[in-house]
Design a protein around this ligand. Structure first.
Ligand code: HAM
Length: 424
């Protein structure tokens, strides 16, 4: 039986890889302009890290983690997200004793045992950023502005930025009780999931997508009305910066996020045009997470973008021609007789040393078939190597665009090829 990639995973073949590289470069370059540096962390971590950070009652931890026991009987988990690993690394390497704030970005695969559909996979990729060491609302605003800038550079300007404040532990605890009191008499109308979770995690009911839940809680008390003075001031400062910077947003009372570590600012970016999985990114502030994971009391703020959803969006919502970024071949060495193969290999090497993308045939094609193959590869110049050339010590260059042929001496080869390549 043929073995296929596991459900919810997929291969990125070279034609698609080029599209990924285009998007990744925009993200990386933009993050670096904003002062972020790359961190790479392991794909798996101790299970406890995610239980403590993402939260034991979240969908991610209760249903979606790829957890396994290794040969030494440790419980390990394929990372479902990147923030927890950054926090762990920040503490483990004592990064907090250096200059603050610390600004990191990362890009890589994440794993969630979710129901696969368009825009939702079991192995997916996130580009994320985290800032440690600043409690300033300007840090929240900078993170959101970086996200907005990435969207703009990807030409995805029709995004909707939803923001809310989920308060600090004090005002949120009081609010949660208020919400439980409000929901309890309505609980029969909630979906099964919400009936089970509302008393433990009532905020999740607010962003439940089930129609019956949305209808049941209409007119619910908002967290905004329960924010303490400090949290309200923080939120208002973030909004002021966004307004002054012309970043448009929607204040969304229902936005609470599916991970437990958030405090104060929470946000999500949606592209309604890409279908049911319209959230292309999300993030927020997490003031207590570093301490919760055993480090000092240092706040953080960040976001992650879902690469698959962004790629889908660039392909379907913009006029960017992603096929344009395929890397091709510049020069093809066509060998007219097998006995000149060693010479062809030498020329190939010489051209590659000069940073010219050069290729030759390796499967014994005839002279005619080599020309066809060169054309298929998109070669712009073909170097013809036959008896006449070798005997007289020159090369014939064919410009594949206009069919013109010139004869050049061996020492002028690179120069002449570059001249043709530069003109086109
Ligand atoms: P998140 O909202 O769980 O946040 O994920 C961020 C983005 O990852 C989502 O908006 C979505 O685009 C993408 N994503 C999530 N699950 C899947 C999936 N199964 N398939 C495809 N794409 C998916 C976080 O992960 C937080 N760590 C973000 C953060 C960073 N908060 C602070 N710092």
């Amino acid at each position: 039986m043929q073995i296929k990639a596991p459900r919810g995973t997929y291969d990125i073949l070279p034609n698609d890889s080029a599209k990924w590289q285009y998007i990744e470069k925009i993200m990386k370059d933009t993050a670096e302009i904003y002062g972020y540096r790359e961190i790479r962390t392991p794909i798996f971590e101790h299970t406890e890290l995610f239980e403590r950070s993402v939260g034991e009652s979240t969908d991610i931890v209760t249903k979606e983690m790829y957890t396994f026991v290794d040969k030494a009987r440790r419980s390990l988990t394929l990372r479902p997200e990147g923030t927890a690993s950054c926090v762990r690394a920040f503490i483990e390497h004592g990064v907090y004793s250096g200059l603050m704030p610390v600004k990191w970005y990362y890009n890589g695969p994440m794993f969630r045992y979710d129901r696969p559909q368009t825009g939702r996979y079991r192995q997916f990729h996130q580009f994320g950023v985290e800032v440690f060491g600043s409690s300033s609302p300007y840090a929240d605003a900078e993170v959101i502005m970086l996200l907005a800038e990435i969207m703009t550079r990807l030409k995805l300007t029709d995004y909707e930025l939803h923001i809310n404040s989920v308060g600090c532990s004090l005002c949120r605890n009081a609010y949660q009780q208020k919400l439980i009191d409000y929901i309890t008499p309505l609980r029969a109308a909630l979906c099964r999931d919400c009936q089970l979770r509302y008393s433990k995690n009532p905020l999740r009911v607010l962003d439940c997508k089930t129609k019956s839940c949305q209808e049941a809680i209409e007119g619910f008390p908002t967290i905004y009305d329960s924010l303490c003075a400090e949290c309200r001031e923080h939120y208002s400062a973030v909004r002021d910066v966004l307004e002054h910077s012309n970043v448009s947003y929607i204040h969304d009372d229902n936005l609470v996020r599916g991970l437990d570590y958030y405090t104060n600012t929470a946000f999500e970016v949606h592209l309604p045009g890409i279908g049911a999985q319209s959230a292309v990114g999300g993030g927020g502030r997490y003031s207590g997470l570093v301490a919760e994971c055993g480090g000092p009391d240092i706040p953080g703020v960040g976001f992650a973008l879902g690469m698959e959803r962004l790629l889908l969006a660039v392909e379907t919502l913009t006029d960017v021609d992603l096929n344009r970024f395929q890397s091709g071949v510049d020069v093809f060495i066509a060998v007219m007789d097998d006995k000149y193969e060693p010479q062809a290999v030498r020329i190939l090497h010489q051209l590659r040393q000069a940073d010219i993308k050069a290729e030759k045939d390796y499967v014994g094609r005839s002279a005619r078939a080599q020309m066809k193959y060169a054309d298929k590869l998109g070669a712009r110049v073909v170097v013809l190597l036959g008896e006449e050339e070798v005997l007289k010590g020159f090369f014939t260059l064919r410009n594949m665009q206009n069919g013109e042929q010139v004869q050049v001496k061996s020492q002028d080869l690179v120069h002449n090829i570059n001249r043709i390549l530069l003109v086109d």
